[in-house]
Design a protein around this ligand. Structure first.
Ligand SMILES: C[C@H](OP(=O)(O)OC[C@@H](O)[C@@H](O)[C@@H](O)Cn1c2nc(=O)[nH]c(=O)c-2cc2ccc(O)cc21)C(=O)N[C@@H](CCC(=O)N[C@@H](CCC(=O)O)C(=O)O)C(=O)O
Length: 144
């Protein structure tokens, strides 16, 4: 059951541009970061109830995805992290396909495995973790 409601795009210019391009072209393959693939996550705003669309790096394994709340190694979690904590039902678009997922924050050994997969997909994640004391959270998404 897809998430219903009006959505708002990021106020962050370059992110908004990439999100708009994905929406215009209908595929996440229309954008990339340093040649690495991107997915589009839709979350329910924890306060506004609005749908929030955020592009994230594509980290996939056997049909499951990881979403990494890196925010470039900033000291604070991205706002979408709190949205997903509040409402784990999210939508993820990969290419032209959008499906519903349940998000679960992972820790310990399970997180280590997914973190490696993330760094293998997008090496900058390792640099981001280096530059902050904040432990960068990871959610694993399982299709509903
Ligand atoms: C700027 C802020 O965005 P954010 O949710 O903190 O997310 C910051 C970034 O993570 C987000 O811009 C990502 O898309 C950036 N980003 C990545 N960010 C990552 O963290 N990890 C990635 O792997 C990643 C990859 C990526 C690839 C392409 C691209 O274009 C962007 C990429 C935002 O949208 N704020 C809104 C509010 C958003 C919101 O969810 N509001 C909640 C209220 C939340 C609250 O106040 O508690 C609501 O509606 O209820 C605003 O200020 O109006």
């Amino acid at each position: 059951m897809p998430l219903e409601g009006e959505y708002e795009l990021s106020p962050e210019g370059w992110v908004r541009d990439q999100t708009e391009k994905i929406l215009e072209t209908g595929t996440t393959e229309s954008v990339d970061i340093k040649g690495r693939p991107v997915i589009l996550l839709t979350t329910r705003g924890a306060k506004s109830g609005k749908l929030r669309k955020v592009p994230l790096m594509r980290v996939e394994h056997d049909g499951q995805y990881a979403i990494v709340a890196s925010l470039g190694g900033a000291p604070k979690h991205p706002v979408w992290y709190f949205n997903v904590q509040a409402e784990p039902h999210v939508e993820l678009q990969d290419g032209t396909v959008t499906k519903d997922y349940d998000a679960r924050e992972v820790t310990g050994e399970e997180k280590a495995v997914w973190w490696e997969r993330g760094v293998a997909t997008y090496p900058d994640y390792a640099d981001y973790q280096e530059k902050t004391d904040r432990e960068i959270p990871v959610f694993v998404l399982t299709e509903r």
